[in-house]
Design a protein around this ligand. Structure first.
Ligand SMILES: Cc1ncc(COP(=O)(O)OP(=O)(O)O)c(N)n1
Ligand SMILES: Cc1nc(C(=O)O)sc1CCOP(=O)(O)O
Ligand SMILES: [Mg+2]
Length: 208
């Protein structure tokens, strides 16, 4: 399996957003270092998810970047994406691994060491760990775990930990110091006035 990119851009498909323009801008800067996770609203149809993912995958292919699909693993398989990401409301990790097969990239959400160990034992290839900080992108999350919470998970597992939730370039150094392999962002790029520049700042922070 090729090494995992350190910057994960999760699409923002809420009303008024332009996810393809944001992905295009980020790819022009991050190239193969970028992982794009296609995340659609729960209300989106499978056809909408499929159409968006096909277009994102085509953009990613031009830069040898990795495309993953959130929740809907059948969409990932249908388009030929590299894999997917599951959390507590999705397929269990072991079932997701069976769906994706032994070589698919499989991310799992874990917020504490115990569930993190279980997810890895069940076949997760990386963990999304958070929320690290307060986020306005998703509601209903537990309190932020901060860099210390990330460190606790990093110390418990031997797969890459991707920190998520309120991540900005300024917050990357503390997360990296806590052992995070990389970060996942929505707002830091999608809500930026200049998504390409925001991507460059995140890449710079991740490579320092
Ligand atoms: C990298 C990464 N980490 C965590 C999540 C959250 O996944 P999940 O808990 O399944 O929540 P939804 O994104 O499905 O609302 C993620 N998507 N990516
Ligand atoms: C989709 C998602 N999952 C989270 C989790 O902690 O599981 S936080 C999050 C949203 C992250 O968006 P932003 O970078 O704008 O804070
Ligand atoms: Mg999910």
């Amino acid at each position: 399996m090729p090494s995992l990119g350190r910057l994960h851009l999760i699409t923002d498909t809420r009303e008024g957003r332009d996810p393809l323009a944001v992905v295009r801008a980020a790819l022009t800067v991050a190239h193969a270092d970028l992982v794009v996770q296609v995340r659609v609203e729960d209300s989106a149809t499978d056809r909408e998810a499929y159409d968006l993912t096909r277009r994102v995958l085509a953009l990613c292919a031009s830069y040898q970047a990795t495309c993953l699909v959130n929740d809907r693993l059948h969409v990932a398989l249908a388009v030929g994406a590299a894999g997917g990401h599951v959390g507590a409301d999705d397929l269990p990790v072991a079932a997701a691994r069976r769906v994706l097969g032994p070589t698919g990239v499989l991310g799992a959400t874990a917020r504490a060491p115990g569930p993190a160990r279980e997810a890895v034992a069940a076949g997760a290839s990386y963990l999304g760990v958070g929320p690290c900080h307060t986020t306005s992108t998703k509601t209903g999350l537990p309190d932020p775990i901060g860099p210390a919470g990330v460190r606790a998970v990093v110390d418990a597992v031997d797969v890459p930990v991707i920190a998520i939730g309120g991540v900005t370039a300024a917050r990357v150094p503390a997360l990296r110091a806590a052992g995070a392999y990389g970060v996942a962002v929505v707002g830091a790029v999608s809500a930026a006035a200049d998504p390409a520049r925001a991507t460059a700042e995140l890449i710079e922070a991740l490579t320092c």
